[in-house]
Design a protein around this ligand. Structure first.
Ligand code: ZN
Length: 270
């Protein structure tokens, strides 16, 4: 087993963004916790669809710093994600379609939105498109599992879109910024859990050691709302917890963030 070389420093943050409302509503804040009761979110058939297929998805070699090499790594990975989630959605009786894919190397306007600060990936729900920012930050650490996590996370948003979860999220009422952000974190943490589930399902076909996985978890703990100062993804430990839960279960049944208690979807302290 070859352990791939790692970046010498921890990732500056596993910061992935979802193309949704750029600004939170200007309604007075309240301090309660907010259970989500919508069945499309809390009782999705995805949660009882079992494990993802134990598929083979060997990683392509990738040269750090090379955009072309990163693309050659990502495209077959997207094929693996598509094959696995297509099978899974069929089990849950949800119609599948492939997402579009776009690579960019610098921030700009994407699907009508400004590129979110520090994001490496974005999902555009209306166009069903995954956009990946192959900038130096991402390509330099292309040998780490970080790149796979970014791609699998954005694919997780695509799964949320196909399964009606994202539409149900958009229809949720909220009574202020804290509640809105908590709902948003449930969406983001679920995408991260789906990423973990996929990585867990193909893990045996990867030329990776447990150190590689631990490194990703550690980098994830170092990321999150503590760094961005926006309470929309969860604190680093919260994100790592859902990534780990998905990985261990290797299926979306572990990813019902909508039914989880407030502590499970916590952000950084204000
Ligand atoms: Zn996201």
């Amino acid at each position: 087993m070859i352990s791939r070389k790692r970046s010498t420093t921890l990732s500056a943050g596993l910061l992935t963004g979802l193309c949704l409302a750029a600004s939170a509503p200007g309604i007075p804040a309240t301090a309660a916790s907010y259970p989500v009761k919508r069945a499309a979110l809390t009782r999705s058939p995805l949660y009882t669809s079992g494990r993802l297929p134990a598929a083979r998805c060997p990683e392509k070699p990738v040269t750090p710093g090379s955009v072309a090499s990163a693309k050659r790594y990502v495209l077959p990975l997207l094929d693996c994600l598509g094959a696995s989630w297509k099978t899974q959605l069929a089990k849950a009786r949800i119609r599948f379609s492939e997402p579009g894919v776009q690579f960019i190397t610098r921030p700009g306007r994407v699907c009508g939105h400004s590129w979110p600060k520090n994001a490496q990936g974005l999902y555009c729900p209306s166009q069903r498109r995954i956009v990946i920012m192959l900038d130096k930050h991402l390509t330099r650490q292309a040998e780490d599992l970080f790149l796979m996590d970014v791609i699998a996370h954005e694919y997780g948003h695509h799964v949320q879109n196909l399964s009606g979860i994202e539409a149900a999220f958009n229809g949720l009422a909220y009574r202020g910024k804290p509640e809105y952000y908590e709902q948003y974190r449930r969406l983001e943490l679920q995408a991260e859990c789906f990423a973990g589930a996929f990585i867990g399902s193909v893990w045996d076909s990867l030329d990776r050691t447990s150190d590689d996985w631990d490194y990703l978890l550690e980098a994830t703990r170092e990321s999150g709302d503590e760094r961005t100062k926006v309470r929309d993804h969860g604190k680093g430990r919260t994100i790592a917890n859902w990534l780990s839960r998905g990985f261990k279960a290797a299926g979306p049944g572990a990813c019902n963030t909508w039914g989880a208690g407030a502590a499970m979807v916590a952000s950084a302290p204000a």
